[in-house]
Design a protein. Structure first.
Length: 547
């Protein structure tokens, strides 16, 4: 199901009194059969805003505040349904029990209408991606009433989004100069910019065409030879890759998905500042109820979601959750921890730099994440101590250290791109991974990075090439052909065993799939330093793109 987003790729501008979508690339949608129209990056303008007035409702025990929340079709809202016990206001909801207020969920698929209602004061709380906040803040900051404040975390996309490529893109660097199809109303603007940056590219290095209809975009990707890659989402990804589907695109492959980068696309709930300033306790109760409800998502939730979205069966709603991870309290606390290298602050800062780079934020923009975060609300929600039974199941799942490694925004590199070498003692084909020997400790640090790279980029494979030092090569030559051939064969076997040992480590110790690790040995035929033979007792680790 298509997910319509209020995130980074979406803002609203006033055009002739009417509200219209603007994405980070504007310039019109491409025709399916006509020439491609390339998008241009343009700054965004703000919608007109009004004041907020709290609605009330009487559920039989006197009037209480009523919060109306608009939702599009997305499984990540499951905890909201669980907390509310459905879409209608209810005194049986956690919101009513925790904070004596009611919540009403309304189906608003159009992102324009959602943001229009937010700006007008109809919806005090809406959802947005964390990476959207630099743009949302820049656009809305002139009216302090509607300036966004992040209350908490709904979910992370964990497989629902991805980038498809055609055979002309053999590795990520091949995207330079290519035409990439993306969609408005999606999180893929940030996802694409992030992926390009991992390969030392920017949004200015590619040509972009956008089509906001998934089915039409699929046909364009399938039928236009000019389109080299498509930033897409499920079910279109599955449809494109399924050989039994009429929409199958031969030789297309998934370069990366949000399953690989499963803490990158973070869906948050944001509140108007004027609402938050007068309702701190209510906001904390809203967050606490959401976090408690994570543990009660089940058949009743799927039934309520199916009814809300007009699905044929609860099972269809349950499927919607397959590609998202609903965040509980410890996971939310981790996300908003300023020390978290893949948390809210780092994503905000990274998105801000990307958007300055392509011109949708002014170069002078220097917003602090604290301007959009409301961490006291999350802290207040957690004070009750009712979340001790919840466990953090996503920590270290993005890569070994849960670390994007963008300590310096100037480096633009967050994955290991260089090949590495692992070293062995003379005549040894293994080493003790728990050894305190510095050379072995260095080997293990390198292997940690190799595993990180391979785990989080789903189309990266590694080739291990074992080597042996040629220090005795001339000596065996002097002994005659037979001695030389036997020595060469023995050292070829030694080099193969070294590579096989590293392969076993990567599979058994680090849990890498066996089909993504290949190994071979070349004996003493590939020396790199004829003065320091210790550098030839090695296994080279090379990263390759899976075809």
């Amino acid at each position: 199901m298509k997910r319509v987003l209020l995130g980074l790729a979406i803002l609203v501008i006033v055009v002739g009194g009417a509200l219209a979508y603007k994405t980070w690339f504007s310039g019109g949608a491409a025709g399916i059969h006509g020439p491609l129209e390339y998008a241009k990056a343009e700054p965004l303008a703000a919608p007109a805003a009004g004041g907020f007035q709290m609605q009330t409702i009487d559920l039989g025990e006197g009037a209480v505040p009523l919060i109306t929340v608009p939702l599009d079709t997305w499984g990540g809202y499951a905890a909201l349904f669980a907390a509310n016990g459905g879409a209608a206001p209810s005194k049986d909801s956690l919101f009513y029990k925790e904070g004596r207020f009611a919540v009403k969920l309304v189906h608003v698929e159009d992102a324009t209408d959602q943001l229009k209602g937010y700006a007008a004061g109809q919806y005090p709380i809406i959802w947005a991606q964390m990476d959207s906040l630099p743009l949302l803040y820049d656009t809305l900051k002139s009216d302090k009433r509607v300036a966004p404040k992040v209350l908490g975390l709904f979910d992370w996309s964990a497989g629902g989004d991805g980038i498809l490529a055609k055979p002309s893109v053999k590795n990520p660097a091949d995207l330079k100069g290519k035409t990439i199809l993306t969609s408005s109303n999606t999180p893929f603007a940030f996802f694409l910019l992030w992926y390009l940056a991992q390969n030392n590219l920017t949004g200015n290095d590619v040509k972009v065409v956008w089509v906001d209809d998934g089915a039409k975009a699929l046909q364009l990707f399938k039928n236009s030879p000019e389109i080299a890659a498509w930033v897409s989402w499920k079910p279109y990804i599955s449809d494109c890759l399924d050989s039994k589907s009429p929409n199958f695109v031969p030789n297309a492959r998934l370069m990366i998905s949000s399953k690989d980068a499963n803490q990158l696309i973070a869906d948050c709930y944001i509140a108007r500042r004027d609402f938050l300033e007068g309702n701190q306790k209510l906001a904390a109760s809203f967050v606490r109820s959401m976090l408690e409800a994570v543990d009660s998502i089940g058949p009743k939730t799927y039934q309520d979601m199916a009814a809300f979205y007009g699905l044929k069966a609860p099972a269809a709603a349950q499927i919607m959750l397959a590609d998202v991870h609903i965040a509980n309290y410890p996971e939310s606390a981790m996300f908003f921890d300023p020390k978290n290298s893949i948390g809210s602050e780092k994503i905000f800062n990274l998105a801000q730099e990307y958007y300055k780079e392509i011109g949708v934020l002014p170069q002078t923009a220097d917003y602090d994440p604290s301007e959009v975060e409301s961490t006291p609300v999350l802290a207040a929600a957690g004070k009750a101590g009712s979340f001790s039974g919840q466990k953090n199941s996503v920590q270290n799942s993005f890569n070994t250290n849960a670390d994007l490694s963008f300590d310096s925004l100037e480096s633009r590199t967050v994955v290991l791109t260089d090949n590495v070498a692992l070293y062995f003692d003379p005549n040894e084909d293994t080493f003790d991974i728990d050894s305190d020997q510095q050379e072995i400790r260095d080997n293990m640090e390198r292997l940690d990075k190799v595993a990180e790279q391979t785990k989080f980029l789903s189309t990266t494979a590694i080739e291990l090439v074992g080597n042996a030092d040629p220090s005795m090569k001339q000596s065996f030559k002097d002994k005659g052909p037979q001695a030389y051939v036997e020595a060469a064969a023995n050292l070829k076997q030694l080099s193969e065993e070294r590579a096989a040992f590293i392969k076993k480590l990567l599979i058994e110790h680090y849990g890498l799939p066996a089909n993504r690790v290949i190994s071979k040995g070349v004996g003493w035929d590939n020396p790199i330093d004829l003065t320091d033979f210790s550098k030839d007792r090695r296994v080279d680790v090379m990263f390759v793109s899976m075809k």
